[in-house]
Design a protein around this ligand. Structure first.
Ligand code: NAD
Ligand code: GLY
Length: 364
């Protein structure tokens, strides 16, 4: 029996539009993958954790469709989200004579997806790629919208390109093997969508957080669908982040500083975002844009998702300022923040009181 996706939605970007498929066991639907490969060759990029679990499924789909393929298995971890990993992929592409018609397939979490997308963007000035995200975070966020890239020792995601995939295939069955800490990290980004865009979804998350933590697949599919719908809607309006797309970065300016200051990989991206969102809400509250109940409800929801809500005490306000000053939202030397005007409504602003920012940095 062929397993059909439970949900399908589209990212509308004219001739670069693409579908997102969400469902349980949909990786067993071989055609779903092969239908989106235009040439006769492919390279699967994965890592040492995900490849032993799911590489066979993807390879089988390619074999059945007579597609010649190679694979690149990267070491696992945020510390390997580097130009060296991109070079490794390019080395294989060249060594195995892959031409401009080849397709790269990213099989893994956000790290593999971001690296592979960037390699696809630059190999022979751009080849096709497919996202097969296998973490909750990558299914609700990083695989959608075309941000690709790698880290530089001075800052997160400082090298990259906007480059859209041919399709995204999110199989919720892959979450079965996902460690609990990684599930929580994904829920941080899910909660973000409620905060920035959708008060009702935030209420729904408060009601269902325990079942989501227990990996109820029906509820997880719904959470992935709503998250991808929100992201697709925003990306369709502002693909290259010249405006509204920046609201998807709620908590990220503080969070990226935490990730960089603590050493890549020590705090998971989603964990840093969780604490960063509390800091953004704290700053919003200090401006009296939101009442204290919004931050309190968010802290409770994040705690119920087993996420950290306190800034690491070893990062001083000065260190925060250092890291945040190279954030991609810095405009003519001024750091812009994504803050809340109310639950479900985010703004991007440089119009904040820096004395209140200092209080947030020292008291969060
Ligand atoms: P990750 O890719 O490091 O994956 C987390 C861990 O889970 C890794 O050890 C991985 O090997 C393992 N794993 C993956 N799938 C698994 C599975 N099904 N079963 C068992 N283990 C599995 O981390 P992530 O949270 O998926 O992604 C974080 C990265 O995404 C960061 O680099 C962040 O900057 C990036 N990101 C990018 C965007 C974007 O728009 N491009 C958005 C958000 C985050
Ligand atoms: N994760 C933020 C964005 O894709 O814009």
């Amino acid at each position: 029996m062929t397993i059909q996706p439970l949900h399908q939605l589209n990212v509308d970007l004219g001739d670069r539009s693409y579908p997102i498929f969400i469902g349980h066991h949909i990786l067993d639907n071989h055609q779903l993958i092969s239908d989106y490969i235009q040439g006769s060759s492919a390279v699967i990029v994965s890592n040492t954790t995900v490849a032993p679990l799911y590489l066979d499924k993807v390879s089988q789909a390619l074999e059945l469709a007579n597609i010649r393929y190679d694979s690149v298995i990267l070491p696992d971890g945020e510390t390997f989200k580097t130009l060296a990993s991109v070079e490794l992929i390019i080395d294989t592409l060249l060594k195995k004579r892959h031409d401009r018609k080849t397709t790269l397939i990213a099989l893994g979490g956000g790290v593999v997806g971001d690296i592979t997308g960037f390699a696809a963007a630059i190999y022979q000035r751009g080849v096709n790629f497919i996202q097969i995200p296998t973490t909750l975070l990558s299914q609700v966020d990083s695989s959608v919208g075309g941000k690709t890239g790698v880290n530089h020792p001075s800052g997160k995601n400082m090298i990259g390109a906007f480059y859209q995939p041919q399709c995204v295939i999110a199989d919720t069955h892959t979450l079965e093997t996902l460690p609990d800490r990684e599930l929580s990290a994904g829920l941080a980004e899910v909660i973000k969508y409620g905060l920035i865009h959708d008060e009702k979804f935030f209420d729904w998350l408060e009601t269902n957080i325990e079942k989501l933590m227990q990996k109820d697949y029906q509820l997880l599919s719904h959470a992935i669908l709503v998250s991808c719908q929100t992201k697709a809607e925003i990306v369709a309006i502002d693909e290259k982040e010249s405006g509204i797309r920046a609201i998807l970065n709620l908590g990220h300016t503080f969070g990226h500083a935490i990730e960089s200051a603590m050493g890549y990989g020590n705090w998971l991206h989603g964990e840093a975002v969780a604490t960063g969102m509390v800091m953004a809400l704290d700053l919003s509250e200090r401006h009296h844009w939101i009442g204290p109940e919004v931050k309190q409800r968010t802290i409770q929801l994040l705690k119920n998702a087993h996420l950290p809500v306190k800034s690491p005490p070893q990062i001083s306000p000065e260190q925060y300022m250092d890291y945040m000053s190279i954030d991609k939202k810095v405009d003519r030397g001024v750091i812009k923040f994504v803050l809340l005007k109310s639950l479900g409504k985010a703004i991007i602003t440089a119009d904040y009181d820096s004395a209140l920012l200092t209080q947030t940095l020292s008291e969060s």
